[in-house]
Design a protein around this ligand. Structure first.
Ligand code: ADP
Ligand code: NA
Length: 325
């Protein structure tokens, strides 16, 4: 039995990328492992958020976790800000970090470059807080998307640095990539990852999108004029992204998909990608709409916070003792 930790920010509507890269692996792990799944609202506030929306999205994200198969009896589901050890150990991790290594993070560079002269300091200190999230639970594995590799490396570096200075407190966690590390790209700029913070909504498939919209978005997805369904991310990034999506939702290899569409046009291919995506998302949407207004959700999150706190506190106290705090 391993310990699993992962988190998602309540910072927008969840995308197909979040589902295929992270969420759908969560429920697969819950039977055989001790799992902690977190709604990382303190990561979300590293950029300004509307308070009312942040609150609603936190709740919606909890409902999405459960609608995608997470069973609160088998896994601990909780909200980051309800377990104070996250920011407490986060501060210790910040003091163990170097400005230079934080400035080198590609996510920081991407997000900071969009903020002109007013770069929120929390964007820079995001990775040490993420390290604290994971290390508090002594996690063995962290199921996240391929885009989080660099943050996982710095998490291990910070843990090792701490252990070297103060003794063996933290387990070194490993990234756990689902389905060969599926990375879903933007439908309109297929060299950029699909993200819930992208303002171009036609480039993004949201988990709660109406099936008609999903079909429209995929139909209009950027492709090329080569007219062959081939996986080649350099020459055909748009088609490759659609192959990757179809492969992830139907569990077929890229080669099998290429063969199946030999001599067929992009129209038929896109239609099949849309149908396959819709058939995966529809049942999730149905469960979501039943759950989201249910007061039982609050009870689930309260219970989750208690369990998470009990586990996190043990590690936090150990870290404090080791440092002389
Ligand atoms: P976003 O970048 O959409 O705001 P988060 O940073 O909250 O998403 O990430 C939540 C999880 O979803 C992480 O495990 C991340 O690796 C995964 N993820 C996000 N976008 C993608 C994508 N386009 N493809 C695959 N996985 C993704
Ligand atoms: Na992220």
């Amino acid at each position: 039995m391993s310990i699993i930790f992962s988190g998602i920010q309540p910072s927008g509507n969840l995308t197909l990328g979040n589902y295929l890269g992270a969420l759908r692996n969560f429920s697969k792990l819950q039977d055989a492992n001790e799992c902690y799944y977190c709604i990382v609202n303190q990561h979300a506030i590293t950029v300004p958020q509307d308070p009312q929306l942040l609150h609603e999205r936190t709740r919606q994200l909890a409902a999405i976790y459960i609608a995608s198969g997470l069973d609160p009896q088998k896994a601990t589901l909780f909200v980051q800000s309800e377990v104070p050890e996250h920011v407490q150990l986060g501060w210790i991790m910040i003091t163990s970090s170097y400005v230079g290594e934080l400035e080198r993070m590609t996510q920081y560079k991407d997000k900071a470059s969009k903020r002109g002269d007013s770069i929120p300091a929390g964007l820079l200190t995001y990775p040490p807080l993420m390290a604290a999230d994971i290390l508090l639970y002594q996690a063995d594995y962290v199921p996240v998307g391929d885009d989080q590799k660099q943050h996982m490396e710095i998490t291990r570096d910070l843990a090792q640095r701490f252990n070297r200075l103060y003794g063996d407190v933290f387990k070194l966690p490993q990234i756990l990539l689902g389905h060969d590390g599926t990375r879903v790209m933007s439908l309109q700029e297929p060299t950029k990852k699909m993200s819930k913070s992208d303002s171009n909504t036609t480039a993004t498939i949201y988990l709660l999108d109406d099936p008609k919209d999903i079909e429209k978005k995929i139909k209009r997805a950027q492709t090329d004029s080569l007219n062959t369904v081939r996986y080649d991310t350099d020459c055909q990034p748009g088609i490759s992204n659609l192959i990757e999506i179809l492969s992830a939702v139907t569990d077929q290899s890229h080669e099998d998909i290429e063969k199946a569409y030999e001599g067929k046009g992009y129209g038929a291919f896109k239609k099949d990608v849309a149908d396959a995506v819709i058939s995966v998302l529809e049942p999730i949407q149905q469960r979501y709409h039943q759950l989201v207004g249910d007061p039982e959700l609050d009870a689930i999150l309260d219970e989750g916070a208690k369990k998470a706190h009990a586990k996190a506190n043990v590690t936090y106290v150990k870290a404090c003792r080791a440092m002389g705090l």
